[in-house]
Design a protein around this ligand. Structure first.
Ligand SMILES: Nc1ncnc2c1ncn2[C@@H]1O[C@H](COP(=O)(O)OP(=O)(O)OP(=O)(O)O)[C@@H](O)[C@H]1O
Ligand SMILES: [Mg+2]
Length: 278
């Protein structure tokens, strides 16, 4: 029994990403106030909350783009800090995609995607391009490889940005409102891409205002308000039976401004082949 217990402990896999008591200030304002959040391998977590609640700041701090004022960040059990942001070993574990694509306009789609593995992982040009082509193909963009970003639709550009983030084979993908600059039709195509990534077992932390999408794809929903993680739970719990009055009020306001047809379809979560260990 003791041996079984010990080996279970030894085998316990560290979270892919772990944020402990994370605090972030801008000027005098506490924008993140003691965030505790961890992502297991293959887990998809959606951050929801009103504008200004701290979702983007949380992702930027987790991606080591911003220094934090207190707390700690760990990747696969190893503590990392802002100072490590350019260290290859750290950098390659994290992929981030922003709302505004941020593609290089003077590089082709293929060059945009091949750049990171060449620079961050030291792959040869040929190897980096091979990887980039595979990724573009898997995202339905093979025929766009030689185009420049401005010849692509917003949805296609966003998928190129996702391909670029995946090119270093990150352990966790951080996605910040990546559909909010897109037309509804293009939103659907990008969300479909994320659904496939979730099905393939990619670990993701996603800030989103798309509640139906969050309900569909997430293992866990985290509700943020004023830099605090107010409540977390399965989509069924958070959308179906939130406990905290603040979560209830936020969802009431969101539903009030959604068209009736845009309401969440209950119980429509995707079945994934790879499930998070709980
Ligand atoms: N670079 C910055 N300098 C000063 N304050 C900032 C900075 N970035 C964010 N903030 C402030 O931090 C708070 C959280 O902002 P953040 O962008 O993280 O919110 P959000 O939840 O992502 O909002 P949205 O849904 O509108 O994207 C806001 O009050 C914002 O004004
Ligand atoms: Mg934001």
């Amino acid at each position: 029994m003791a041996t079984a217990k010990r080996s279970a402990r030894t085998l316990k896999v560290a979270p892919v990403l772990e944020l402990k008591s994370m605090k972030k200030r801008y000027g005098g304002k506490l924008v993140l106030d003691g965030i505790n959040l961890s992502l297991a391998e293959h887990e998809v977590v959606c951050l929801i909350g009103a504008s200004g609640s701290g979702k983007s700041t949380l992702l930027r701090c987790a991606d080591l783009l911003e220094p934090i004022d207190a707390g700690q960040i760990s990747l696969e059990g190893e503590r990392v800090a802002f100072e490590d942001r350019s260290a290859d070993a750290t950098r390659r574990k994290l992929g981030i995609v922003f709302q505004g694509f941020n593609l290089f306009p003077h590089l082709t789609v293929l060059e945009n995607v091949a750049l990171a593995p060449r620079v961050a992982l030291g792959l040869t040009q040929a190897a980096a391009e091979r990887r980039a082509k595979e990724l573009l193909k898997s995202l339905g963009l093979a025929e766009k490889a030689r185009e420049y970003p401005d010849r692509l639709s917003g949805g296609q550009q966003q998928r190129v940005a996702i391909a670029r983030a995946l090119a270093t084979e990150p352990k966790v993908l951080l996605l910040d409102e990546i559909t909010s600059a897109l037309d509804p039709v293009l939103v659907a195509e990008v969300l479909e891409t994320l659904r496939s990534l979730a099905l393939s077992g990619m670990t993701m932390l996603i800030a989103t205002h798309e509640m139906a999408f969050a309900a569909d794809v997430a293992d866990r929903i985290c509700y943020l308000e004023d830099g605090r993680l107010i409540e977390e739970g399965t989509p069924e719990k958070i959308f179906g039976a939130p406990r905290d009055p603040r979560t209830k009020e936020f969802l009431r306001r969101v539903r009030a401004i959604s068209a009736p047809g845009a309401k969440r379809r209950a119980g429509t979560r995707v079945k994934r082949t790879v499930r998070a260990k709980r």
